[in-house]
Design a protein around this ligand. Structure first.
Ligand code: MV4
Length: 447
């Protein structure tokens, strides 16, 4: 087991990882920017190293500073959290070259999944169902037209270096295709320095369902069920739940089994998320994330398993603590992302939190690094906390969530809490009847 883990992140996830380390008796080092000197995780860590000024590229993204902090403190592993360097293959490689363990998959696995064309090819080879489309990159209009005619319109053109919704163009008929292809290619080239694009059948009203997987790096793979993350705005998830209201136990076991076997065959190590669009009873792979995700607590709530413990165990060579048959799904969990933003416009609202009171009681978990008197710096993303509610079934979970939202007090700044108070009273949400476009339509109709 590791003696000392360096946490290369900030905010609620830095605290989340720190808690796991403490439970495992592992010493902790945090690195932070000058803007985060007052953060809760900095106070709670055994050691802290200030690595630079507020802009992320000069601190949380500065690989050399982080490696130096490992060398100075004698950390033998790094947990990257999510975002920042968590899916940076070069970072994983550099740490390996310094004999420091990256708590995550190999640089090569990160690289494959970061290239969306390569990821899709790999998924297909491993027996994961993918969206019908081009076999690889498409450059010529003639070829694009041939593929689109074959799969049928509408089609979507996506950047291979994109992901998370960046660099996509929909073509509803052949007349749109030339412009869509050229715009997608030039935007991809400008944004990512890589103009490779690919074509897929455009699914009109899917849900976003993702499967939590783990590999032990030695040929074993397991799944922890799925999360439904369809409620998004501008590709930012707002509300996530497990299990998906759209799946039955048979579908869950089937797609989970397919994903677990793929992870085993790939020799993957650590936590991963296989993302699907789900429409008319079919799953279509879109991307794989090679990190722990923001919404991992809903999976923890329904399985009772600490996924950060598992990440640390696997990275240290201790293997997974569970076999597939030990993983049981109990009840229902919902996560609400509390952002320091206007609940209608989503404009960031940094500043001082004058009063912070979190809900409690059975089935309630709040993951947050903020406290009364804390000043939210303006430099980073606006997530200030997550409310995760668990109940024996979805109805109980929703009742408990409504009660928890009533107790939650965040004064001094604007937050997305009022949006969630509206959502828990909505009939579509109560019925679990929503797709990836539901939230944006709802917000457009509100004003
Ligand atoms: C799609 C799609 C429809 N058809 N692919 C957006 C994020 C990126 N991960 C993939 N995305 C989409 N890919 C096909 N073939 C619709 C989306 C999409 C979306 C997906 C998940 C959650 C929210 C979304 C919002 C708009 C579009």
């Amino acid at each position: 087991m590791f003696q000392k883990i360096l946490i290369a992140n900030r905010g609620e996830i830095a605290l989340r990882v720190l808690r796991a380390c403490k439970e495992l008796g592992i010493q902790t080092v945090v690195v932070h920017s000058t803007a985060d000197a007052d953060a809760m995780h900095v106070r709670l860590a055994d050691e802290s190293v200030c690595i630079g000024p507020p802009p992320s590229r000069d601190s949380y993204l500065n690989i050399h500073q982080i490696v130096a902090a490992c060398e100075i403190t004698g950390a033998d592993a790094v947990h990257p959290g999510y975002g920042f360097l968590s899916e940076n293959a070069k970072f994983a490689d550099i740490l390996a070259a310094h004999n420091i363990t990256f708590i995550g998959p190999s640089g090569d696995h990160i690289r494959v999944m970061g290239d969306k064309i390569e990821a899709k090819r790999t998924a297909k080879r491993l027996g994961i169902p993918v969206v019908p489309g081009s076999d690889g990159a498409v450059t010529e209009e003639r070829e694009a037209k041939r593929i689109a005619a074959e799969i049928g319109y509408p089609v979507i053109i996506k950047a291979s270096a994109g992901g998370g919704g960046r660099g996509m163009k929909v073509a509803r008929s052949e007349a749109d295709l030339e412009v869509a292809l050229q715009t997608a290619r030039s935007e991809a080239g400008a944004a990512f320095g890589d103009d490779a694009v690919y074509i897929e059948k455009y699914l009109e009203k899917p849900r976003h369902i993702e499967v939590q997987v783990f590999g032990d790096g030695a040929g074993r793979g397991v799944h922890f069920g799925e999360r439904d993350c369809s409620l998004q705005r501008r590709h930012q998830k707002v509300w996530e739940e497990a299990p998906s209201p759209a799946l039955n136990a048979e579908e869950r076991a089937h797609i989970g089994g397919v994903c677990a076997r793929a992870i085993a065959d790939l020799g993957y190590s650590g936590a991963g998320t296989i993302e699907f669009l789900y429409e008319n009873g079919e799953f279509y792979f879109i991307e794989m994330n090679t990190r722990l995700q923001v919404e991992h607590p809903v999976t923890e709530a329904i399985t009772g398993i600490d996924l950060v413990h598992e990440q640390i165990r696997v990275a240290s060579g201790g293997g997974l603590s569970v076999r597939q048959e030990d993983i049981r799904f109990q009840g229902h969990a919902i996560e609400c992302r509390i952002n320091a933003e206007d609940p209608r416009t989503f404009t960031p609202s940094p500043g001082t939190i004058t009063h912070f009171h979190t809900p409690g009681g059975l089935g309630i978990r709040v993951d947050s690094g903020v406290y009364s008197g804390y000043k939210i710096p303006p430099y980073y993303d606006s997530l200030i906390g997550k409310l995760i509610v668990h109940g024996r079934n979805r109805v109980e979970c929703m009742m408990r969530l409504r009660r928890a939202l009533d107790e939650f007090v965040v004064d001094g700044i604007k937050t997305t809490l009022p949006l969630f108070r509206d959502l828990v009273g909505n009939a579509d949400i109560a019925n679990g009847e929503y797709d990836i476009h539901w939230l944006e339509k709802y917000l457009a109709e509100e004003d």
